[in-house]
Design a protein around this ligand. Sequence first.
Ligand SMILES: Cc1cc2nc3c(=O)[nH]c(=O)nc-3n(C[C@H](O)[C@H](O)[C@H](O)COP(=O)(O)OP(=O)(O)OC[C@H]3O[C@@H](n4cnc5c(N)ncnc54)[C@H](O)[C@@H]3O)c2cc1C
Length: 367
Amino acid sequence: MKTCVIIGGGIIGMLTGRSLLKRGYKVTLLEKGPFGQEASWAGGGILSPLYPWRYPDAVNRLVFASQRLYPALINELMAVSGIDPERIRSGMLMLGVDDLESAKRWAGQKGVNFTIPDAAAIQKLEPVLVRANAHNLYFPDIAQVRNPRFLKALQEYLRHNGATMLTENEVTQIEASQNQVVAVKTKEGCRLQADIVVIANGAWSGHLLKQMQINLQIQPVRGQMLLLRARPELINRIILQENRYIIPRSDGQVVVGSTVEYVGFDKSTTDQAYSDLRRFAIELIPELTKATVVRHWAGLRPGCGNGIPFIGPHPEIGGLYINAGHFRNGIVMAPASAELIAGLINGEDNVIDASAYSLFRPQLQPA
Ligand SMILES: Cc1cc2nc3c(=O)[nH]c(=O)nc-3n(C[C@H](O)[C@H](O)[C@H](O)COP(=O)(O)OP(=O)(O)OC[C@H]3O[C@@H](n4cnc5c(N)ncnc54)[C@H](O)[C@@H]3O)c2cc1C
């Protein structure tokens, strides 16, 4: 049985672990902090890019494949863990879309269900919204997941299925001998032998890759979020306007996001973002003036130029793989990304062509 060490315990690392366990590998996950507490926890859990037609096909191929995988995945995690990750097909209502024609063309070509609601139709869908102007789009099939619950369920699943999960172990070195990976070492003094190593440590992946003579453009991109306590069913759909969104949870909590900030590995929150996000929410839904702000947080997205993640083998070191750089869409792309990397490791003919995610694509520069 081949031993596989996965670096990083976010959604990408953990789902990669699941896909490899299913293929009969012995899996160990190493996480520098607690599992599932970084970007994957901080995200909104929308199971779609915000404006999917603006993304390259390579992103949407993983998105569509993951959207198909999610229902069965949720059922599997729930059956083992008893935790409901609350995948809800809430639909997404986009207001003031200025490239509506491109959106319509894209949705028509891809067979994605949509409508063009006018102000009256929007009022019917969401009566508490302020009166909408023109250029609106509604995608009724877009779903959301409550990502913190999803991550808890996933941890339970992995433990139950025999993965070794080590917290407080920060990988600082990947050892290779004769161009073959042999082990990883952690800051805490642990050395683990491995036949396969997968770098899946999100915004931090660039550091380890640099050590392996690869300079991939993965950088932290901060996103701040607010959580408001409102009444259940105040709104029922995800509302999106000018890159900001409101996500209603089933218990009445409402997530408002998000900022996109290039400030390095700084996870602090700012008063400016607090007031901008709150104002955005109240301008769309005046009733939210009364809602208490329950929490304000920030997470670091693994940012990469055009949003296409890096999924594939290291060009020279046998047994070393990368699954990282999912930027704004890691929750939605994770299941298909995990299947793709596991398929590559296992030498399978993958359903999705892996070349678009290769480390050899043009962004790659020598360190
Ligand atoms: C505010 C915000 C909103 C978002 N909303 C959405 C959304 O609605 N839908 C969507 O699809 N995506 C969304 N995203 C993006 C999504 O959350 C990320 O793309 C995704 O979580 C990335 O997953 P990951 O596992 O690569 O990274 P992470 O979840 O950050 O996991 C990486 C893990 O690696 C660990 N680690 C780092 N270095 C080491 C090391 N040397 N050794 C061991 N462990 C290490 C870290 O501690 C961390 O736990 C959002 C992100 C943010 C911040």
